[in-house]
Design a protein around this ligand. Structure first.
Ligand SMILES: Nc1ncnc2c1ncn2[C@@H]1O[C@H](COP(=O)(O)OP(=O)(O)OP(=O)(O)O)[C@@H](O)[C@H]1O
Ligand SMILES: [Mg+2]
Length: 249
């Protein structure tokens, strides 16, 4: 398998007056095409910062991000915008839905931005709405939905262009366990069936148990990593949680 996403000694600092926060320090991470990676760690450990840098939404202070053979910092603004549009799907912690547009229009938005004909993708939009269990909400506005329903719209939107890489920040944070499992199952299938690459930030060890690999951040550094067990199987929720508990202690 080829590495599709790679960071090299990635660093990010936030300066607030006299104080400098090292949000990320020398992060070396390689993600294989088709891999599902979960990022865990205590609040403030740098998870969202890392996700933003991976998607080219923010620039590092040191080190590099490579996506599909391209060094993001070396791209022109236009090329970076094109890479983001074509190759990356984002699910943000706050869903960034357009309040004046319907659910179906919000899901179709990445296609519109990429100037693709929405009509040609109608069946895909309907299929995604069904998979996130929102068929009967297609014509509602985001303000008429619950938080969990809005979150599911954001997930359908991230998948609509079938991007090579999906970056998701707490995609099941607002969902009960049944809805969360449905979403995690959907994400897992996009990896297994379409070879999509997933990087998912989560606090939830059960959500992380769907991943092929769990990366733990603390104080901006990768401090632990859990790959498959000796038989190549997935790690249990308990095993994943035990490492997190140790880090938070
Ligand atoms: N725009 C910003 N300006 C200043 N400091 C920031 C900014 N964004 C993040 N930070 C700081 O950088 C560190 C990492 O933040 P980040 O949002 O990446 O954490 P996180 O692991 O996603 O936390 P959470 O689990 O609470 O979402 C924190 O100490 C945070 O306060
Ligand atoms: Mg965060």
């Amino acid at each position: 398998m080829a590495v599709i996403l790679e960071t090299k000694r990635l660093g990010k600092q936030y300066r607030m007056g006299e104080v400098t926060i090292d949000a990320l320090r020398e992060v070396d991470l390689g993600v294989q095409a088709g891999e599902f990676v979960a990022i865990m760690g205590p609040s403030g450990s740098g998870k969202s910062t890392l996700l933003h840098l991976l998607g080219g939404l923010d620039q590092p202070d040191s080190g590099e991000v490579w996506l599909d053979g391209r060094h993001l910092a070396a791209l022109s603004d236009d090329d970076l915008a094109r890479v983001r549009r074509r190759q990356i799907g984002f699910v943000f912690q706050f869903y960034n839905l357009l309040p004046t547009h319907s659910v179906a229009e919000n899901v179709a938005l990445p296609l519109l931005i990429d100037e693709q004909p929405v009509e040609a993708h109608r069946a895909r939009i309907e299929d995604l709405l069904a998979q996130v269990d929102l068929t009967d909400r297609a014509n509602h506005r985001p303000g008429q939905l619950s938080g969990g329903q809005q979150q599911r719209v954001a997930i359908a939107r991230a998948l609509v262009t079938q991007p090579a890489v999906v970056l998701a920040d707490e995609p099941t944070g607002n969902l009960d366990s049944a809805a969360g499992d449905a979403i995690l199952g959907l994400l897992r299938r996009t990896c297994d069936e379409q070879g999509q690459t997933l990087v998912v930030v989560t606090h939830d060890a059960h959500a992380a148990s769907y991943a092929d690999r769990v990366i733990y951040l603390k104080d901006g550094r990768i401090v632990h990593e859990l790959g498959p067990d000796e038989n190549g199987g997935k790690r249990s929720t308990q095993t994943i949680r035990a490492v997190l508990t140790e880090l938070e202690a």
